[in-house]
Design a protein around this ligand. Structure first.
Ligand SMILES: O=c1ccn([C@@H]2O[C@H](COP(=O)(O)O)[C@@H](O)[C@H]2O)c(=O)[nH]1
Length: 235
């Protein structure tokens, strides 16, 4: 599908039926979709086939984090399922990321993007300190993203607050996928490092992950339309 929009709608639902109901209301030329831990745990791989049949590009957001062999095999299976994007945790380290990148390179005509999660957008400096990291989120994101790039990742998940810095440091082709997107005035929920859709794109983000601001809106399609309009996406 030739999608016009950088928005990736997080289908965070407890049942496959609810996620398919929402997907059928969405237009694959106006957004991509994300399958995360909740939906995949309830639906299994059947959800990927169902969303592909509806013509969506699918980001499988399972944030793999394990020994290199296990993660490389999991990433390879995800690519075989035809997902547009899959991710691992950068804190799994260089050998884990290199093994994953090699696994995808060995697949003929691989098209799946492989990206690494840096610092979750729900975390701020005090959260990092509690897990033993004495750095600002920006410093730690830079460190992990630099490692991810040199380990063969196509890009990273970060906050849009770090997009400008990463774009300068790692180049404009390094893919920046940014959750924690909140239209002005919307509830931040558990997200700590947030930005509006327009600010995020101006900062250099390539893809904007939006869940609750769309899925929990009174009119989800109108919420998506307004976000796309704020980005100048032709509807
Ligand atoms: O750092 C990260 C990595 C992943 N996510 C995921 O994105 C969506 C965000 O949902 P909202 O409802 O818009 O907050 C969700 O599926 C997370 O698992 C993230 O938020 N931050």
């Amino acid at each position: 599908m030739n999608c016009q929009s950088p928005i990736v709608v997080a289908l965070d639902y407890p049942t496959m039926a609810q996620s398919i109901e929402m997907a059928k209301r969405l237009d694959p030329s106006q957004c991509r979709v994300k399958v995360g831990k909740e939906l995949f745990t309830t639906s299994g791989p059947a959800i990927l086939d169902a969303l592909h049949k509806l013509d969506f590009d699918v980001f499988l957001d399972l944030k793999f984090h394990d020994i290199p062999n296990t993660v490389a095999n999991a990433v390879s299976v995800a690519a075989a399922a035809g997902v547009w994007m899959v991710n691992v945790h950068a804190t799994g380290g260089r050998r884990m990321m290199e093994a994953s990148a090699n696994a995808l390179q060995q697949r003929a005509d691989n098209k799946t993007l492989l990206i690494a999660v840096t610092v979750l957008t729900s975390m701020d400096q005090s959260d990092l300190l509690e897990v033993g990291i004495d750095a600002t989120p920006e410093q730690h994101v830079k460190r992990l993203a630099t490692l991810a790039k040199s380990s063969g990742m196509d890009g990273v998940v970060c906050s849009a607050q770090e997009s400008s810095m990463l774009s300068t440091e790692l180049g404009k082709d390094f893919v920046l996928v940014t959750p924690g997107i909140r239209p002005a005035g919307s509830d931040s929920g558990d997200q700590k490092r947030i930005m509006t859709p327009a600010e995020a794109m101006a900062a250099g983000s390539h893809y904007l992950v939006m869940g609750r601001p769309i899925t929990q809106a009174i009119d989800p399609i109108e919420a998506l339309t307004q976000a796309n309009k704020s980005l100048g996406v032709s509807l």
